[in-house]
Write a protein of this length. Structure first.
Length: 367
């Protein structure tokens, strides 16, 4: 019988395999598509942040940054002596209209208690700091200017985690698990992401399609933070000499990953041009679509032991935050499995029981 089997070798599965292998567990990871071409993590903008409403998400974001900074030493192997995640520490900027302001003021109290390092300014002041921004309709804004947030290369982080896990004894194999009954192991972990509900019909995690556009503009701001405009739902960041911009429209039950091209002309470009007048000159150069493993209950993670099974654990439903939370989730799940409780960040609020009881714990801002 196997010791630990992880279903899903994406960013959550790889991080969990690394931390468990580090503790001496014998881990086998089963992945349906080892190219990961349709996995959630490589099709994201690669952002990592600590600007959340829930304290647990803030702490997971803080740990991710420390893990990424220490990655070259922590994840090096003989075959890969210089691992990197290519971190771009440009920070995050979140813009809020009047309809979200009070909610954000409550979130800021949690930022302070968690020492998140964020700064808050009135909307009328934001153009003094980010001179290219039109502050019309902005009530308040939160940002970081101490290089504690930004974005990374998702593939590089995944490869570093996977390679280190293998170096520690983990095994990654190709396979398509249709039922938990197929697996014989002391511990089974479902990190199946978007396909969780195929294995566990009582967990409301489903694929949600999001589109990202690549654009270029004569005016380039290489130091621009990853910016989310909550007045429109559009978000963007620099990418080389171009920009990436995400559509505010998501789609359930998508039959393919063809980008929703009409979103650019109808929603994204007008929102970008209004917020940054220089973006009036944008030109669309490409795009792609990817899935979030979305928890329909409350947009928050589902992590922990499933009460209906003796040996089944879950790590799913991150709703666009899997990449930035993977290190913290991998460590937390390893603690729970090896010691019976969380030792560092207590994420028991994300337990499977809350989902089964339909007890919401909302994380408001999905970007």
């Amino acid at each position: 019988m196997n010791d630990v089997v992880i279903i899903g070798g994406g960013i959550i599965g790889a991080a969990t395999a690394y931390f468990l292998s580090k503790e001496g567990r014998k881990v086998k990871v089963i992945e349906r598509d080892p190219t990961y071409k349709n996995a959630s993590f490589p099709l994201s903008l690669g952002g990592f942040r600590r600007q959340f409403f829930q304290k647990e998400n803030i702490h997971l974001g803080k740990f991710a940054r420390e893990f990424i900074l220490n990655l070259p030493e922590t994840l090096k192997t003989e075959k890969n002596p210089n691992p990197t995640a290519s971190m771009v520490p440009n920070g995050y900027l979140l813009l809020f209209g009047p309809e979200h302001a009070e909610e954000q003021y409550r979130a800021l109290k949690n930022h302070v208690e968690c020492d998140a390092g964020t700064k808050n300014v009135k909307g009328s002041e934001i153009s003094k700091i980010f001179k290219y921004i039109n502050n019309e309709g902005i009530e308040t804004a939160t940002y970081t200017d101490t290089k504690i947030e930004g974005w990374i290369d998702p593939y590089l982080l995944h490869n570093a985690l996977k390679n280190k896990a293998i170096d520690l004894g983990a095994e990654f194999i190709k396979g398509n698990v249709k039922s938990l009954n197929e697996i014989k192991a002391n511990t089974i972990i479902s990190a199946a992401g978007c396909w969780t509900n195929e294995l566990l019909q009582d967990i409301p995690v489903f694929p949600q399609k999001h589109t990202v556009f690549r654009v270029k503009c004569p005016k380039h701001y290489p130091d621009m933070p990853l910016t989310g405009d909550l007045t429109t739902g559009v978000y963007w960041r620099p990418e080389g000499k171009e920009y990436l911009a995400g559509s505010p429209i998501s789609k359930w039950d998508a039959e393919d990953l063809e980008p929703e091209w009409n979103d650019f002309e109808e929603l994204v470009w007008p929102a970008l041009a209004k917020r940054i007048p220089d973006f009036e000159q944008l030109k669309l150069t490409g795009g792609w679509a990817g899935y979030y493993d979305c928890n329909k209950l409350d947009n928050n993670a589902v992590v922990g032991k499933h009460p209906a099974y003796e040996n089944v654990y879950l790590a799913t439903g991150f709703t666009g935050r899997g990449l930035m939370q993977a290190p913290g989730i991998g460590r937390a799940l390893t603690e729970l499995i090896t010691t019976g409780s969380y030792q560092t960040i207590d994420i028991s609020c994300f337990a499977v029981e809350r989902v089964l009881k339909k007890e919401q714990r909302l994380e408001p801002y999905v970007l």
